[in-house]
Every structure is written in C-alpha cells, then in structure tokens.
Design a protein around this ligand. Sequence first.
Ligand SMILES: [Zn+2]
Length: 684
Amino acid sequence: MQPNPLLSFSDLPLFDQIRPEHVAPALDTLLADADAALEQVTAADFPADWTGIARVLDTATERLGRAWNAVGHLNAVADTPELRAAYNEALPRVTEFWTRLGADERLYAKYKAIDTAALNPAQRQAHRNAMRNFVLSGAELTGADKERFAAIQERQAELAQKFSENALDATDAYAYYATEDELDGVPPDVRQAAREAAEAEDKAGFKLTLKLPMYLPIMQFARSSALRERLYRAYVTRASDQAEGDGIRFDNSALIREILALRQEEARLLGYANFGEVSVVPKMADSPAQVIGFLRDLARRARPYAEKDVADLRAFAASTLHLPDPQPWDWAYVGEQLKEQRYAFSEQEVKQYFTAPKVLAGLFKIVETLFEVTIRRDYAPVWHPTVEFYRIERAAALAGGEPQLVGQFYLDPSARSGKRGGAWMDDVRARWLRPDDGQLQTPVAQLVCNFAAGVDGKPPLLTHDDVTTLFHEFGHGLQHMLTQIDEHDVSGISGVEWDAVELPSQFMENFCWEWDVLRHMTAHVDTGEPLPRALYDKMLAGKNYQSGMQTLRQIEFSLFDMLLHTEHAPDADFMPLLRQVREEVAVLPAPAFSRTAHTFSHIFAGGYAAGYYSYKWAEVLSADAYAAFEETAGPDGLPSVETGRRYREAILESGGSRPAMESFKAFRGREPSLDALLRHQGMA
Ligand SMILES: [Zn+2]
C-alpha cells in the first residue's frame, strides 16, 4: 500500500498526490495523535514546562493543522465533488477537536503553572495569548456559569446562521419584472442577464433582483428614478419589519435583540461591563472609548470634504440632470454620471499596460530592493501546471557569506473552473524553531489570485484593481515569510491583533499608485510602451472621488457597531441609536423606512461584532507607515532602502511577538496619526 501523502511532513505538502480518499484516514491518525498528545501533557505528572508541552502537543497539533490546511487549500483551488464531500465530512471532526482543545481546563491549569520568568520574550507573548484565549473561552468559569456560557455559545452560533439565512433568503425572494423601456441606461450585460433570468422562468420582460451584480449597476445607471426607487426600497428593507409583502417573514429584528442580549450576558459572565470591552481584549485598541474617540475624530476631519462631495453632487444633479432635489435612490446615479463626466478613462485601455509578467517582475523588484532579499523560481509539487513556486533568500552579504533561505511561496495566479473566486494569502507552514528536532522550519505561503487568462497567445492583462490586489496579498505574505520569530504561535501573521493585521497588506497597495513605480512596472502588450503620464493622471484624479462621503459611511457603520455593543441596552429598540448615529455622522439623509442594520452580517453573523472599526483603524496604520517612505524617498522618487530595513525589522520580522502598537512605535518613533490617511485620500 502507498503511504498516505497527507501524512508526509518531511518537507512541502505533496499537492500532486493528495486524493479525496486520503483525507479520512489521515485525519483518523492525526486526530488520534493529537488527542493522545493532549492526554499526555495534561497528565498530573507531566511537567508544566513550555518547551516540554510544545515538544509533545504543539508538534502534534501542527501536523494536524498543516494537513488540514492542505486539504482546505485544495478544496478552494481544485474543487471536485469527491474532495468537497471528503472535506465536509471531516470538517466537524476537526472543528470539534480545536474547540475542545481551546477550552480544556487541564491544559489551562498546566499553562497557568508554567514559570514565565524562564521564557524568552516571544514565548512570554505566546503564553500571554494562550492564557487570554482560555479565559475568553470561559476557562475561568465554574458550575452553572460554565454551563450557561457554553449554552450561550451554542445559541449564538444558531442565531448567526439564522440571521445569514434570512438576509440571503430575503435577497433571493425578491424579483421585479421590468419592461425594456424601464431599463434605459442599464449596461447591456446586466440587461442580458436579466432577460435570461426571465426567459428561464418562461416570463416576458427582464427579471431584476437584489443581488449586487444586478442591483448596483441599476442604481448607478438606470435613468428611471421610479425604477431605482422601487429597487432601493426593497433593498434597504430586506430582512426587516419594513419589508414589503410576505418579505416580512425574514424579519431579523427579534434575532438581533437576542444576539445582543446574549453577547451582553457573555460579557458579564467574563467580568466585563459590555461586549465592546470583550471585543477589544485581543485587539490593538485599548478600549471601546478609544475606538469611539478615534472614529469621532476622523469623522470631524472628513466632514468638510464629505459636505463638499454632496454639494458637488447637488449642483451637478440640478444643472445637468434636472434633479433639483435628489432622493436617496438618486445619489448613486448622480454620482456615477458625475464621475463619468469628470474622470472618464477606459479600464480596457489601462489593462493593455499591465501584463502579468511585467507586473510580477515589478513587484519582486520593489520587494528585493526594499527588503534586501532575492526572489527566485524554485520547484515543488503543485496542484495545477500553471502554479508557480518561488524561494526568498537573504542576500549573501547580510546572511554572512551564503545566501540564506528565508521563506517560500506558491503563486496560483489564474482563474479557472473549480477554483474559488477572489484573492487571498494563506499559510502552509510557519517559521518555527522546532522543539522536537531542534531544526529551524522556514515559512511557506500560498498566494492565490484570479486573473483572467491571456488571449491569442498574449500574456494575461491585469486591471489596476488586480494589480492592487496582488500587492495587497503579497503584503500579507511578506509578514508571514520575512518573520524572524522562532515561536510558532507568534511568528509571521500568527498572534497579530485583528485590527492591525491589514497593515502590511494595505501598505503594499500604496506602491500601485506611485508614478516612479508604475512606469517601471508597465509595458503595453503590443508596443512595450510604459503607462502614459496623462492616463496615470486621470487614474489618480479618480482615485479619491467621493472619499469624504465614503469615509463617513464607513464611520457610520463602525460607530453604530461600537455604540450598539457598549452603550445600548440590548432589549431596547436599536433604531433610535441608528438614527442618532446617522444624524451625527451622515451627510446624506436616510429615509425613515431604511433598515440597513437588519442585513449587517459582518457584526451579527460574522466575526466583526464591535470590531467593524478595524478596517479604518488598519488603514490609518498602513497610511502612516507608508508616509515614512514618502518622507525619505530619494531624488529619483524611489523609496529609501534604509527606511525599508527599519520597516522590515520593526513590523515584518517581529510578527505577533509583541503588541502591534510597540512594533508601530519602534518603526515610527511615535503613535499612529490620522494625517497620512487623510492626505492620501485627498482630505488635507
Ligand atoms: Zn487583507
């Protein structure tokens, strides 16, 4: 019998050999090993020693994690019905193990007994994180409180699932069959999709739905204000008491009240005043009050720009569109018309300059120069022939004579069937000074994108959005791969606070807007000419269009989320709070029937409860970090290698081994400031 490739851990995963039938038997072995390891280290006579526990337990759970990651990865990029079935069958077993491990009282007691004075700083941070996570999982609770805590978790999972289902079903249940006349202005591809949807039901006309790829272009382009109003009303009342007709059966109001009440109860059980306080414990922000202050400060500074955005829209609507008093369903349309008039350029034209090989070479060049590494093609077993594999080496001079392997990554650039959409970075394995064999394990990352394939034998052409996405994910990858921390749970992206984790990724996006970077990273697919300056200027002018309004919109969501989880009584109606926040922050009035909170899945069914602010928070960090490069750029406009070295050492190499605020201060010499973000977005 062939050995199971999922049980091979000597080097890289055997992606070319893993088959669906390997999944269940591999998990049998790995889960049994992990369970045995847990029993061994929690035995009364097992010493409470960090390295001793890691040698037995962490090595077993790391093998389980690596194998399961490989299966999850293949499920995402090379999906087949057989693999999906194997994955779904195994998922509950793996989830059950991690949940049980995280709440194991014996393990908690063992960790508690560890003498932290004997640990190095990274180990101490990993130990602090572990203790914190145990406490937040209810490990300190006993008796009835413990039972109640578990019951709350279970009920919360059910409610989140029901909330999502209602939001989805309410979206899916809606249809409006429009006539051709009503669709004046709507792009041809959207019309065609609507026509085909109606035809599939043997209906005349065009079937319009509330799904975003259809709803958005209609709100942006349909000339009929009546049609926009009809769809807008349906959209902003989804899953609420205001929904039309029998849509009311998806009303999320009661679920939201129960979710908030349970979170409040959970917070009290854990010894906190409210859920907002619980949410920030593992985050970079110190307190809900700090977050609220941050949001209000940013709102105050963005407000004049948002007001100017609205004034521009009003003037344009009155003078050009004959809309003297735009209604809530008109703003997207007015905005799109104004944008087209002011900043029109063709995405199609831009694409011709961004060929995949040239962009990739440009990205590698920046990384190599700034972070003093070399990126070279390498070999590894892969799941598809178009997947590339690379190694990152530290220059010989820095590494003491020999080029030194720092990390490796897979790049899966192209869209294809059986591959999930979007782009992401994932870890294959983390840097770790292994406690079992004493060897230094180097980090390996996945970089997955979904670029369209090239046509007529030409290389793939990327949109500017594609390029930005590639840089973003590579930023996550750099934090994972350039880390110099030897402790598994705090090396690379592990252990980095949630509200700081987008710093290195959003940081990299800035390069995609630098003229001196772009002209070296572009070459017209036919002529080889770099991006023309005039086209770049147009792109740049359009970049900050309505940034004031967009900033306030994000702040409105974030502030509502945090106030809802701190100052709001869970059993009270939350609509007055939403109205109050809108009055304080928004520049466009929302109609009384609007119920957008009822589909706010990020906070009611995702992991963003009292954490939606993280998006803006991380943007401030990344913009301020990038400003250090703007301040030190050379006369040629290229970024300073010295600044790159300091950034690499302070932010990328330290990973989660210390609080993100400490890393930021080590780089910037001070706490983050809002100035750079406002300036980058044209609000200064
Ligand atoms: Zn990201």
